[in-house]
Design a protein around this ligand. Structure first.
Ligand code: NAD
Length: 287
């Protein structure tokens, strides 16, 4: 039997609606409009599309949005000065520096991201938010793994006591995903490029999350019958052709539920960013 397809657009619509409702409450109760500032450095065409989508999404949900465009040649100090201004602004509750950064400042990425006030760190990459997530405190959580967790919950996939296997250990996806599932009482295994006998590990997974960055990396023989398979991968193999990390056509015949690419997890990220901007605003008001 073919797997249940977890369509990203259904879940993204629910998460966006929730963000919009919470933004409205903030406006009605406190007269505050949540505000997001996105800084983009340089001319990366993919980054420009992402930033445009974020801006549009804010407009649709009644969230104030500013896009700060800096030239490709911007220095680390110029970028930091811009972050400092936004840290001090009452209008802005969330700050995001669009990655990747141009070559001359890419080496300072950690320092630049740490300059963002943790209360406004809507990407959830600041060590303070990472530490809060790991220690089970209220935190701003990276959007993509948070979207995956919320999708699993809304889809009614059992997490408590499940064997969850994550392939990939990046700070953006793999590690936060592991902590989120652990906090929901899953038994979590993280696999990576040095993992031995990967298939033996993934075959045990009730929930399998692929965040590798290799097209069709997860094949049907790696998946337990009935498992839920979440494909975070976005691999552009031609100008208009995206493939996930999972061999969708074959894996869907084994899995119980599966996300497609495109049309799956990718749609959740911006919706969860909207939620983070609202959450950041709520947390700043509560202080
Ligand atoms: P990354 O390159 O930082 O990490 C990839 C991970 O895969 C590493 O931890 C590495 O150890 C692991 N890996 C590589 N080869 C492996 C192998 N042979 N066996 C086991 N593990 C292996 O990537 P990332 O930033 O975590 O992104 C992963 C994928 O998710 C990419 O395709 C990226 O485009 C996509 N992504 C999607 C979204 C979204 O919005 N849907 C957001 C972020 C990333």
């Amino acid at each position: 039997m073919s797997a249940r397809i977890l369509e990203g657009k259904t879940f993204a619509a629910a998460f966006r609606e929730e963000a919009g409702k919470r933004a409205k409450i903030l406006h009605q109760k406190y007269g505050v409009t949540p505000g997001l500032a996105v800084i983009i450095v340089g001319e990366n065409p993919a980054s420009k599309v992402y930033v445009r989508n974020k801006h549009k999404s804010c407009e649709e949900l009644g969230i104030y949005s500013e896009v700060i465009e800096m030239p490709e040649t911007a220095t680390k100090d110029e970028l930091i000065a811009e972050i400092d201004k936004l840290n001090a602004s009452d209008r802005i509750h969330g700050i995001l520096v669009q990655l990747p950064l141009p070559k001359q400042i890419a080496a300072y990425e950690a320092e630049i991201l740490e300059r963002i006030d943790p209360k406004k760190d809507v990407d959830g990459f600041h060590p303070v938010n990472v530490g809060r997530l790991v220690t089970g405190q209220k935190a701003l959580i990276p959007c993509t793994p948070h979207g995956c967790l919320k999708m699993l919950q809304l889809a009614g996939i059992p997490i408590d006591g499940a064997n969850a296997v994550i392939i990939g250990r990046s700070n953006i996806v793999g590690k936060p995903m592991a902590h989120l599932l652990l906090a929901e009482n899953a038994t979590v295994t993280i696999c990576h490029s040095h993992t031995k006998n990967l298939k033996e590990v993934t075959k045990n997974a009730d929930i399998l999350v692929a965040a590798v960055g290799r097209p069709k990396f997860v094949t049907a023989d790696m998946v337990k019958a009935g498992a839920t398979v979440i494909d975070v991968g976005i691999n552009r193999i031609a100008p208009k052709k995206l493939l996930g990390d999972v061999d969708f056509e074959n894996v869907k015949e084994v899995a119980g539920a599966i996300t497609p690419v495109p049309g799956g997890v990718g749609l959740l990220t911006v919706a969860m960013l909207m939620q983070n901007v609202v959450t950041a605003c709520e947390m700043q008001i509560a202080k």
